[in-house]
Design a protein around this ligand. Structure first.
Ligand code: HEM
Length: 420
C-alpha cells in the first residue's frame, strides 16, 4: 500500500482544530502513513494502535538518537541542554520515556503512590474543590467553563498532592502550558528556549519542596515519590528524575489531560442536546459513560511516540528500525471498525470503556483512576448545579492550542440556568 499520495498536514491550523477528517482519510487510505513533514510513521486504526503499544519488543519508548533528526533539531536540543545545565537541572528520562526492566522498576514506585485505595481517599478532596469552584460562578449564570472549572479542578488536586500552594496554580499553569507547547512540536527555536526557561523557573519552585519533604515527609503523593526507595535501584529518585516527573508525568500528565477531557465533555454536550437530557435523567448511570465518551471523542492525548526497535512490516509498509512511530489514540478511538457510528456522543454505547485514550499495556496511563474520578466528580457537579445551558455564541468556532500531541480547547463560554 502506498503512503505517499495522501494529503494530510497536521501542522495546518484547520486540521489542528479538527483532525477527524484527516484521521479517517489515514485509517481508510494509509493506515501506516509516512508523514513527510515529521518523518514519522503515523498509525491510526484501533487494532494497529493497540498492537503497537502492546508490542514492547518491536516498539520501544526510550528516546534514541533519531534517524530523522535534522542538524537544526540536534543544535536546538544542545542549546536546550546547555540552558538546563547552566540554570537548572537536566531532566532525566521520564517514566513514559523508559523501557522495561528499568520502566517496571520505576513504575512500581508510582503504582504504590497512585494505588487505588489512595486515589479513592482523594474523592472528598476533589468534591470539595468542585464545590468551591462552582460557588465562585454559579450565581452569575454564565462562565468560561475552561477557565472557571476545567483548568483549576485537576490543577488544584494534583497541585496540592505535589506540595504546591493553591494560590500558585495559575503560575504553575503558565509553566505547564509552556512545557506543553514544546511537546507540541510547533515552536521556533526562540520559543523552545523560552519554554525551557519557564521549566527552569518551575524547577526552582519545586526544589525546596523536595528538600523539605526529604526532612519532613507528609501524606502527599509527592512525599511518597521523594522518599520511597526503589528496591532494585537501592535508592530514592534523584533531583533530575524528580524534576522530569514533576513536569511531564504529574503536572502535565495529571492536569492538562484531565482539563481537556472536562472541557471536551461539556463541549460535546453543547452539540448533542439529546444526550444532555439523557444525562440529566439518570446521572448515576450516565456520568461514567460521559467520562469514557469524552476521552474517546475529544482525546486529550491525541498521539504519542514509540521508536521501532527492528524493521517492522504493517499493511505492506516497512517501518525501518530507528524510525519514530506516532500512535494516534484519538484516531483509533473514532475507528468505525471498532466503534459503531464513531463520531457520535452516545451515552448508551456498549463498548465505550474499550476506548484507548489512556493507552494500553505496560505504559497504560498511571493516572487513569484519578482522571476518571476527577471527570466523574466534575461532570456530576455540572449536572447537579445546572438545569440547562447553551453556548453564549451559538456560532462560535471551537479553537484549540496548536499542538501535534495534545488537544486543548482554549475557551468554552456558556450561559446556564442554575439548578434549584
Ligand atoms: C483524561 C486524562 C488523561 C488521559 C487521556 C491520559 C492519557 C495517557 C496516555 C495516552 C498515556 C500513554 C500510554 C502509552 O504510552 O501508551 C498516559 C501515560 C501516563 N499518564 Fe496519563 N492521561 C490522563 C491523566 C493522567 C493523570 C491524572 C496522571 C497523573 C496524575 C497521568 C499520568 C500519566 C503517567 C505518569 C503516564 C506514563 C505511564 C508509563 O509510561 O508507565 N495521566 N496517559
Amino acid at each position: 500500500m502506498s503512503t505517499s499520495n495522501v494529503e494530510v498536514n497536521f501542522f495546518d491550523p484547520a486540521t489542528n482544530d479538527c483532525p477527524y477528517h484527516a484521521y479517517k482519510t489515514l485509517r481508510d487510505e494509509a493506515p501506516v502513513w509516512l508523514d513527510p513533514r515529521t518523518g514519522m510513521y503515523v498509525i491510526t486504526r484501533y487494532e494497529d494502535v493497540r498492537a503497537v503499544v502492546m508490542d514492547t519488543t518491536n516498539f520501544v519508548n526510550q528516546r534514541q538518537a533519531s534517524r530523522v533528526a535534522t542538524p537544526e533539531m540536534i543544535e536546538r536540543q544542545k542549546k536546550i541542554i546547555d540552558l538546563y545545565k547552566e540554570k537548572g537541572w537536566v531532566p532525566a528520562p521520564t517514566l513514559a520515556g523508559r523501557d522495561d526492566p528499568n520502566h517496571k522498576e520505576m513504575r512500581g514506585l508510582f503504582d504504590h503512590a497512585f494505588r487505588p485505595s489512595r486515589i479513592k481517599q482523594l474523592d472528598p478532596v476533589v468534591e470539595g474543590v468542585a464545590r468551591e469552584l462552582f460557588a465562585k460562578f454559579v450565581d452569575e449564570g454564565q462562565c468560561d467553563w475552561v477557565r472557571a472549572f476545567a483548568v483549576p479542578l485537576p490543577l488544584i488536586v494534583i497541585g496540592v498532592q505535589m506540595g504546591a500552594n493553591q494560590e500558585d496554580i495559575w503560575q504553575i499553569k503558565a509553566w505547564t502550558d509552556a512545557w506543553v507547547q514544546r511537546l507540541g512540536m510547533m515552536q521556533t527555536e526562540e520559543e523552545a528556549l523560552w519554554s525551557t526557561e519557564m521549566e527552569i523557573e518551575a524547577q526552582h519552585y519545586f526544589q525546596p519542596i523536595f528538600e523539605r519533604l526529604r526532612v519532613e515527609p507528609n501524606d502527599t503523593l509527592l512525599s511518597d515519590l521523594v522518599n520511597t526507595v526503589i528496591p532494585e535501584w537501592g535508592r530514592t529518585l534523584t533531583d533530575e528524575e524528580l524534576h522530569a516527573e514533576m513536569m511531564a508525568d504529574t503536572f502535565v500528565g495529571g492536569s492538562e489531560t484531565s482539563t481537556n477531557a472536562l472541557s471536551g465533555g461539556i463541549m460535546l454536550l453543547t452539540q448533542h442536546p439529546d444526550q444532555w437530557a439523557k444525562l440529566k435523567s439518570n446521572p448515576d448511570k450516565y456520568v461514567p459513560q460521559l467520562v469514557e465518551e469524552a476521552v474517546r471523542l475529544e482525546g486529550p492525548v491525541q498521539g504519542l511516540f514509540r521508536t521501532a526497535a527492528a524493521d517492522v512490516e504493517m499493511h505492506g509498509v516497512t517501518i525501518p528500525k530507528g524510525a519514530i512511530v506516532n500512535i494516534r489514540y484519538a484516531a483509533a478511538n473514532r475507528d468505525e471498525r471498532h466503534f459503531e457510528n464513531p463520531d457520535a456522543l452516545d451515552l448508551d454505547r456498549s463498548n465505550s470503556r474499550s476506548q484507548i485514550g489512556f493507552g494500553a499495556g505496560v505504559h497504560f496511563c498511571l493516572g487513569a483512576p484519578l482522571a476518571r474520578r476527577e471527570l466523574a466528580i466534575g461532570f456530576r457537579a455540572f449536572v447537579d448545579n445546572i438545569d440547562d445551558f447553551e453556548l453564549i455564541d451559538p456560532n462560535m468556532s471551537f479553537e484549540y492550542q496548536k499542538n501535534f500531541a495534545l488537544r486543548a480547547l482554549t475557551s468554552l463560554p456558556i450561559r446556564f440556568t442554575k439548578a434549584t
